[in-house]
Design a protein around this ligand. Structure first.
Ligand code: UD1
Ligand code: UDP
Length: 359
């Protein structure tokens, strides 16, 4: 039995190809949802959009400080796994769900597989970086999406024998859903948008949105980009950011803020954007895969492949720098290579686990 642990929006999306591969191969699996994300638009909507089976168990841990949230996940996952003792516990990415679930499983002497292993921003102030490093060093199977990720693991002394180069499951998720999204989504009509006629923005990283001057820089910067290109700026706002906008009393004038939207609508918005401005990990990858230029409003990225192929530039959060970087990025041709693999990452992970007798 494979236990697939997930808890947040990006984990639901990036685990979906693994879940589909298990279903195709008729492998027994269970879904353990920690409930880290819990609002309809951050959780259930993705199960519906991606036609995923219900989670077998939901721990409903909800939001809290790092200690509270991590502690609740650790206790809850330990209880479930000590009763079910799966052949392998799979986690994906770099959230508190990932680190806590991996720790619970490994202390029960259960095998752990880390999907999207080996990413590094080399910035330990990011909670995600701590979660990645800890998870990679306790997991048994490290599913590295790229050669750079594999190299990062080897540099940290992790054995080659536990690393499998798979590609990133986001490529599978994009291509399993893009055509469906284009057929079903009416988001362009709903928002009165035209292909290449708008700028798409997302921002939710704690180090950006919990800091009033960085968040103000982002808003001023994206407003400036909209004015520079004479295009509307569309921003589906993450709940963390929504809370901080209220807390700091920041103006969002000149930006079309909408609630977070489902994966199908978001894919269509990404594919049709003139330019994407983001601080998200997954959105940097998707922009690259969809050949839409991206500006990342951060000082570092754990997705250097996007920079290397010419699909992405780092701008930080200074308003003038964001506008200047957007101008530079929009001049580039969009013929870069996709560095994230071939849409078979989910299948490769499941084949590997089957061969190890984890199914
Ligand atoms: C978490 C991850 C981050 C990931 C992001 C994906 C950690 C440390 N952070 O950040 O790496 O990029 O998910 O989106 O694990 N909230 C809601 N409804 C929800 C979820 C959150 O209202 O369904 C609000 C709450 O006010 C909560 C805040 O958002 O306090 C932050 O949520 P949390 O899960 O702690 O972190 P994220 O910022 O979502
Ligand atoms: N996404 C979405 N709706 C939105 C914003 C993002 O479906 O309104 C998807 C996006 O396609 C990507 C994922 O959410 O696959 C990224 O999640 P997020 O930015 O929250 O987290 P990160 O990738 O930074 O961990």
């Amino acid at each position: 039995m494979i236990t697939i642990v997930l808890g947040t929006r990006p984990e639901i999306i990036k685990m979906s190809p693994v879940i589909r591969a298990c279903m195709r191969e008729d492998l027994p699996f269970s879904i353990l949802h920690t409930g880290q994300h819990h609002s309809y638009a951050m959780d259930r909507l993705f199960f519906e959009d991606l036609a995923l089976p219900e989670a077998d168990i939901n721990l409903d841990v909800g939001s809290g400080t790092h200690g509270e949230q991590t502690g609740k996940i650790l206790t809850g996952v330990e209880k479930v796994l000590s009763e079910t003792r799966p052949g392998v516990t799979l986690v994906q990415g770099d959230t508190n769900t990932v680190m806590a679930a991996a720790l619970a499983a490994t202390k029960l002497h259960l095998r752990v597989g880390h999907v999207e292993a080996g990413l590094r921003s080399f910035d330990r102030r990011m909670p995600e970086e701590i979660n990645r490093v800890v998870t990679d060093h306790i997991a048994d199977y490290l599913f590295a999406p790229t050669r750079i990720a594999e190299e990062n693991l080897l540099h940290e002394g992790i054995s080659q024998a536990s690393i499998v180069l798979t590609g990133n499951t986001i490529v599978d998720a994009v291509f399993e859903n893009l055509a469906i999204a284009q057929e079903r989504s009416d988001v362009m009509t709903r928002l009165d948008l035209h292909k290449s006629g708008y700028i798409l923005v997302t921002a939710h990283r704690a180090e950006n949105v919990d800091d009033p001057s960085r968040l103000a820089g982002i808003f001023e910067g994206v407003r400036g980009v909209g004015e520079e290109f004479g295009l509307p700026v569309i921003y589906p706002v993450h709940p963390r950011t929504d809370k901080m906008i209220q807390t700091f009393g920041l103006s969002t004038a000149g930006i079309t803020c909408i609630p977070p939207i489902g994966f199908l609508d978001f894919l269509v918005l990404e594919a049709g954007a003139h330019l994407i401005l983001t601080d998200s990990g997954g959105v940097q990858e998707e922009a690259c895969i969809l050949h839409v230029p991206c500006v990342t409003m951060r000082d570092s990225t754990e997705r250097p492949e996007t920079i290397c192929v010419g699909a992405n530039l780092l701008a930080g959060t200074d308003a003038a720098q964001i506008t200047a970087t957007a101008k530079e990025m929009s001049l580039r041709s969009r013929d870069w290579e996709n560095p994230f693999g071939d849409s078979r990452a989910g299948a490769r992970i499941v084949e590997f686990l089957t061969a190890r007798g984890c199914g």
